[in-house]
Design a protein around this ligand. Sequence first.
Ligand code: GDP
Ligand code: MG
Length: 178
Amino acid sequence: EDSFDEDCDYLFKAVLIGDSAVGKSNLLSRFSKNEFRLDSKPTIGVEFAYRNIKIGDKLIKAQIWDTAGQERFRAITSSYYRGALGALLVYDITRQKTFENVKKWLKELREFGNTDMVVVLVGNKLDLGKSSREVNEEEGRSLAETEGLCFMETSALENLNVEEAFLNMITKIHEITI
Ligand code: GDP
Ligand code: MG
């Protein structure tokens, strides 16, 4: 599509995981295309997106995988995780259940993923925080600390911290890998 493939110094694969409807696909479209969809349907077809990032004098191509709705059936397979250096583990701050399930996702991640994978725990839908929050920021931060993850609250809708969450992960991968 562009000439970047030949010029890029590194290609990183990262994955999006977390319960259905927490906002994974919208976080990715916000990061890769600066788009948001209120009526977003479960992802069909396209399973990853790219974004090119410059760190220092190195060009990094981040390939971010999104589930095609398999998370509904807990049917994400090991091939999804294969080769991934990072993960954004997303929950919805307005749905406690999605936060409780973070532990299940971590278990799966540790079973199928690389041992030194960079994981960012993301509490999404921050824009709804004032009216319908069910998970405190402290709970998220504390779980992240216990599990050794980075942490961030985001809003794909209002474009809050989305760039930061992805770049946090990509920068850490870069530090570890190079
Ligand atoms: P996925 O199943 O995890 O990929 O979730 P989607 O990205 O498809 O989003 C599920 C629903 O949540 C859709 O109706 C989105 O419009 C909505 N949504 C996603 N992110 C946000 C957000 O940051 N704030 C709000 N208010 N809604 C969001
Ligand atoms: Mg989706």
